[in-house]
Design a protein around this ligand. Structure first.
Ligand code: ZN
Length: 335
């Protein structure tokens, strides 16, 4: 399909040399793809690396995708905090290609993992807090750690446990801010359509503001109700909407929890503190079921923090936020 369209444009462009081709844009995950698709509008469609139903933490480039990166005009991605391997792939980008790491854009609201999730719960409830921190800092069981030690001079190994929480797309204020930067970069590459990109970004920002107000209304009844989530992905969403994440089972990069973390969550559930536990669409729900077993805590629907279980497209960002909010509300309000 792409080949046919490219050929058609190429022959058309040969006949009319003044007509510029719309930039070829590659995106990492569904929410980023959605934002870029809204900015490009009718001019074109970005490509998406993450496959349907995949976790944002364990996807890898297929060889055809790696080859495709070489002739991208622009790569829009969250940043190395989420996908360190993509940073390495981008080092090989051709001259004339550019990349936009959204989490690094000025004005982006960023959070540290220590501000969110189970760390917060530890501060409040666990006298062995310091011990647990040490155990986590020493955790070294990622799939990617050996590869990183071998290839990565910049030393991103601890990005996903400490340091910046990469799930910044779950704060709609960030999404709104990023739209303008995406439009500016597309306009720089494709000045002929700069006004269209800018206008599309403006419309999308208006839609996101309305979405934000709608989600805030949806979530208002469950503010402050302690929730347990599968992985430490919801710090931005919780902070923005006043939710209380009592803890997360898996770590911020979705790797397995330590025994100390599980014991702490089990104590909380046994004491009746969290009202709902949420599995995730991309991960095995067994640990969630074991934690809830024999307690009064409810198991909610599967959350999907990257929207990959739904189809990609301009509407995917709104669908993702609505789905998270509704799944949380549905569980808490029936508890
Ligand atoms: Zn995540």
């Amino acid at each position: 399909m792409r080949y046919i369209i490219s050929s058609a444009i190429a022959s058309f462009a040969a006949a009319l040399p003044a007509m510029a081709e719309v930039p070829r844009v590659i995106t990492d995950i569904h929410p980023v793809h959605s934002l870029v698709a809204q900015v490009m509008g009718d001019l074109g469609t970005p490509e998406l690396l993450l496959e349907k139903g995949a976790s944002e933490h364990d996807f890898q480039l297929r060889p055809s995708q790696a080859a495709g990166l070489a002739d991208a005009d622009l790569v829009v991605w969250i940043g190395p905090e989420l996908t360190p391997w993509l940073e390495r792939a981008l080092a090989g980008l051709g001259e004339g290609s550019s990349q936009l790491a959204l989490i690094d854009l000025p004005g982006t609201e960023t959070r540290q993992f220590s501000e969110s999730g189970a760390h917060h719960a530890e501060d409040a409830h666990d006298p062995d807090h310091g011990q647990d921190e040490t155990a986590e800092a020493g955790h070294d069981g990622h799939d990617h750690s050996a590869e990183e030690a071998e290839h990565d001079e910049a030393g991103h190994d601890d990005h996903s446990h400490d340091g910046t929480d990469p799930h910044a797309w779950l704060d709609p204020a960030n999404a709104e801010l990023w739209l303008a930067a995406i439009a500016a970069e597309l306009g720089r590459i494709d000045p002929e359509n700069a006004a269209t990109y800018s206008a599309n970004a403006g419309s999308a920002a208006t839609r996101i503001r309305a979405l934000d107000a709608e989600i805030a209304t949806t979530l208002a009844p469950i503010q402050g109700k302690p929730l347990i989530v599968y992985h430490d992905a919801y710090g931005y969403f919780a902070a923005h909407y006043g939710l209380e994440i009592f803890g997360s089972i898996a770590l911020g990069d979705a790797t397995a929890p330590g025994a100390a973390r599980l014991a702490e969550l089990r104590d909380g559930v046994a004491a009746g503190t969290p009202v709902c536990l949420f599995p995730e669409a991309q991960h095995d729900p067994t640990l969630v079921q074991q934690l809830a077993e024999g307690t009064g805590a409810r198991i909610g629907g599967a959350l999907d923090p990257n929207g990959s279980t739904q189809g990609p497209g301009p509407g995917a960002y709104a669908a993702l936020l609505r789905s998270l909010a509704q799944t949380m509300v549905d569980c808490v309000q029936t508890s």
